[in-house]
Design a protein around this ligand. Structure first.
Ligand code: GDP
Ligand code: MG
Length: 598
């Protein structure tokens, strides 16, 4: 296909503003898929197992469209992950296309992820077409939202497309806008040495690793011997094709084109997003600019509740890691929790997704330790240490100073809740950088320590704003602060899984809160249990759980035998979810709840 007949684009939107529905509508209205095969949300990444039993990650699609000018165009839509945790991957894949549709829900307006995603598109030099969706809703205010896009984002929204992805209103305008307002791929020489950008990759149980590529220069053919320029790995291309959205083979891909290849690649970690693929012989000498691998920033320990399930957990983690290059893990032993894994994630959502999948898909109940960030520890002897786990903290007397990672957070919130949001950020050691208004919404920008955000910031933000706030962040680098390791001792035994790094000024408060919570969460035993928070050898907070000497059935007055039996069964089931620490049983919820800060 000549370059001037190709349009490569992505759709950027806040969650639920209609990206998937619009993608479906574009596919349907161009007859890319027959009506019979059309299913709701064809492109949704989670619904990957549709296409007649063949698993595809249909996150990209080639659409053929006959435009009003009478010409046939090829439109390549690539779907980018919608969440901040994958910011680096989003920014890389954005470089594979030249334009974006900016979808904004006309009944909601601009949200935090709208901003984050559109800024990434702007940074990638995209031409942007604003699309106001859900105009069928009575609450839609397209004019107000168009104005907001101009005020807040600073792009012209006077000829935004007004659509309803649900009913199909305005879809033909979107297709014409893609052809007329987005640019074709820039340049690209089919005879130059091959430079293909690795846009995305995933593991398919039938095909092995599938690699999505955008050809910048040169031509890629089936059977070619290729080389990954970052890793140096070499492969032979087994299969080459495009998504329509089912896989369809093609003999070659030229400049400007987007397609997939398979090459007997064993694991996704061998394919780095952003890497340059070239030919083994007569290949390019310079890779595409700007490659950097994505790095985990949040770490936590994952331990099986039932220690007999350790091997199952290992198996689950290895399988998940095959398909997720950005997730790291290593074995960890904890005095309290036994064998488990220390895992690294791109962010909190990433952590939650992996944890949920292990629990749901592999049926393993987990204890998750407090999420931690990477601290830079500067030792008195001049050496430097990256601390991933508070349990590994060196003796404080040998430390010169500690730096922690900070983020720049952008929060959009209706005026009414602004006060609560400011208080929350302030409580989390935030520094306000900016506060502006757009209509009845405020946009506030804060500099926050990442460690104050990793545990329950999203949850708190949602609850203080009744779900109306949206949030996004980017990493901002490291800064020195007064940080200490706080240990928790139950019955005089340190529970390393509950150790956390905290700011010195907040240690007492946090320690007291944790001891109080644990006192409520740990069931009484036959003996008195001291619960203490300590920094180094110094106890900073203490609670005592008094002794108890009766079983739960005592309340039943011996009358109702079935009720009594039920209670005993419940008590037994509850036991299974506990871990023993010395002589004390601590229920699983205690680990999570104790770390939440109210
Ligand atoms: P995404 O998260 O951006 O992919 O959003 P979805 O495409 O999944 O849409 C989120 C919700 O909004 C779904 O329940 C859709 O049915 C609904 N939706 C999408 N477009 C429209 C529209 O034009 N009008 C109305 N009323 N609802 C829509
Ligand atoms: Mg979606």
């Amino acid at each position: 296909t000549p370059l001037n007949r190709i349009r490569n684009f992505s759709i950027v939107a806040h969650i639920d503003h209609g990206k998937s529905t619009l993608a479906d509508r574009l596919i349907q209205s161009t007859n890319t898929v027959s009506d019979r095969d059309m299913k709701e949300q064809l492109l949704d990444a989670m619904d990957i197992e549709r296409e007649r039993g063949i698993t595809i990650k249909a996150n990209t699609v080639r659409i053929e469209y006959k435009a009003n000018d009478g010409e046939d165009y090829v439109l390549n839509l690539i779907d980018t992950p919608g969440h901040v945790d994958f910011a680096y991957e989003v920014s890389r894949s954005m470089r594979a296309v030249e334009g974006s549709l900016l979808v904004v829900d006309a009944s909601q307006g601009v949200e935090a992820q709208t901003l984050a995603n559109v800024y990434t598109a702007i940074e990638a030099d995209h031409e942007i077409v604003p699309v106001l969706n859900k105009v069928d809703l009575p609450a839609a205010e397209p004019e107000r939202v168009a104005e907001q896009i101009e005020d807040v984002i600073g792009i012209d929204a006077s000829d935004a497309c007004l659509i309803s992805a649900k009913t199909g209103i305005g879809i033909p305008d979107v297709l014409e806008a893609i052809v007329n307002r987005l640019p074709p791929p820039h340049g690209g020489d089919p005879d130059a040495p091959l430079k293909a950008m690795l846009v995305d990759s995933w593991y398919d149980p039938y095909l092995g690793v599938v690699v999505l590529v955008r050809i910048m220069d040169g031509t890629l053919k089936k059977g070619d011997q290729i080389k990954m320029m970052q890793t140096g790995a070499r492969y032979g291309v087994d299969r080459l094709g495009v998504f329509r959205p089912a896989m369809e083979n093609v003999p070659a891909l030229g400049p400007g084109e987007i397609g997939f290849l398979t090459a007997s690649i064993k694991q996704v970690r061998d394919t780095k997003v952003g890497d340059t693929i070239t030919h083994e012989k007569k290949g390019a000498t310079e890779p595409l600019p700007g490659f950097k691998p994505s790095q985990p920033v949040v770490f936590c320990g994952l331990f099986p509740v039932d220690s007999a399930e350790f091997e199952d957990l290992r198996d689950a983690i290895e399988k998940l890691a095959l398909n997720d290059a950005s997730f790291s893990y290593e074995m960890e032993t904890s005095a309290a929790l036994g064998f488990g894994f220390r895992c690294g994630f791109l962010g909190l959502l990433h952590l939650e997704v992996i944890r949920d999948r292990i629990e749901r898909e592999y049926n393993i109940e987990l204890i998750t330790t407090a999420p931690s960030v990477i601290y830079h520890i500067f030792m008195k002897d001049g050496s430097k240490l990256d601390l991933h786990n508070p349990a590994d903290m060196p003796d404080p007397s040998t430390i010169d100073h500690i730096e922690e990672p900070r983020i720049k957070a952008t929060i959009l919130v209706p005026d009414d809740y602004l006060g609560d949001v400011l208080k929350l950020c302030q409580d989390r050691r935030g520094i306000q950088l900016d506060l502006t208004y757009a209509g009845s919404r405020a946009m506030v920008v804060y500099d926050l320590p990442l460690n104050e955000v990793v545990f329950d910031f999203y949850d708190r933000l949602k609850s203080v704003t009744k779900g109306y706030a949206s949030f996004d962040y980017q990493m901002e680098g490291y800064r020195e602060d007064s940080l200490v390791k706080m240990s928790i001792l139950v019955n005089d035994e340190p529970v390393d899984a509950l150790s956390t790094m905290v700011h010195r000024d907040r240690a007492e408060m946090r320690g007291r809160a944790m001891c109080e919570k644990l006192k409520d969460l740990i069931p009484r035993h036959m003996f008195k249990i001291p619960i203490q928070a300590a920094i180094g050898g110094k106890v900073i907070a203490r609670e005592t759980l008094s002794a108890l000497r009766k079983d739960v059935t005592a309340k039943c007055y011996g009358g109702d035998a079935t009720r009594k039996k039920k209670l005993l069964e419940k008590q037994k089931a509850g036991k299974k979810k506990m871990r023993q620490f010395g002589k004390v049983d601590i229920p699983q919820e205690a680990f999570i709840s104790a770390l939440k800060m109210d």
